[in-house]
Design a protein around this ligand. Structure first.
Ligand SMILES: [Mg+2]
Length: 248
């Protein structure tokens, strides 16, 4: 059971937005994903209205920037492995906590047997996608599991038709905690909206801070509130920046 969404005062809220599956629908390949013009404009308007809005995504910072351009906001990328604060300073983990450089090639060779599956090299994490090869889910997962056994600095981060190998010491919850310690986010009520398992760590942090956690779409969650779809999330965002506007 999920409660109706509460009223939100942008000037007193620290907003954290996931992108894929939250503001944009999935595509077979992540580079084909686009955020529609209206939610993108509304995101920019909300960033202005609030003054405290960050993107918290599994994508690399450069990919986040490309997806929300021309908007430029603080952001945590690769599930919190890299974080750009409100001053523009980028915080990264030391190299020994990252996937070793040769691992991407090794995983690519291992996945070659499974048509439709591929490796996305984010540098700080490696994503094994199988949206185009859903029947090979178990085989892909087994390959990922074997890799984390060999590289104990990494952890598995399962998602929707993807399993990622990311540094153990990073998650979205830690990224949100770090933002909440800094201006302009500190002292505000946190709100985090996301759709996938990687977002659960963020929901937990926001719940502990008596904030507003919103899960987009179906599935088990510790979020307090739910919106049914990317379209419902866009309508909610529309209403935040233009209260009372009928959905388009
Ligand atoms: Mg997502």
């Amino acid at each position: 059971m999920h409660a109706p969404l509460p009223a939100v005062t942008p000037s007193r809220t620290a907003f954290f937005f996931d992108l894929d599956g939250t503001l944009a629908d999935f595509c077979l390949r992540p580079e084909d994903v686009r955020i529609a013009a209206q939610p993108l404009a509304d995101l920019a308007a909300l960033a202005d209205l609030s003054g405290a809005l960050a993107v918290v995504s599994g994508r690399a910072l450069s990919e986040i920037d490309r997806l929300i351009a021309p908007l430029a906001v603080p952001a945590a990328g690769v599930h919190g492995v890299e974080r750009r604060d409100a001053n523009g300073t980028v915080h990264r983990l030391p190299p020994e906590e990252l996937p070793p450089p040769e691992l991407a090639g090794r995983l690519e060779r291992a996945l070659a047997a499974f048509a439709g599956a591929f490796v996305e090299d984010k540098g700080a994490a490696l994503a094994l996608h199988y949206r185009g090869a859903p029947t090979h889910a178990r085989a892909v997962l087994a390959i990922a599991q074997a890799a984390v056994v060999r590289h104990p600095q990494l952890r598995l981060q399962p998602g929707k038709f993807v399993v990622e190998l990311k540094p153990a010491r990073a998650d979205k919850g830690r990224a949100i905690t770090a933002f909440l310690d800094e201006a302009p986010f500190a002292g505000r009520t946190p709100l985090f909206i996301g759709d996938d398992r990687t977002d659960e760590a963020g929901f937990a942090v926001v719940n502990a801070a008596r904030g507003i956690s919103i899960k987009v779409g179906p599935g088990e969650t510790c979020a307090t509130y739910r919106l049914d779809s990317v379209e419902a999330a866009a309508a909610w965002l529309r209403d935040l920046v233009c209260p009372g506007t009928p959905p388009v």
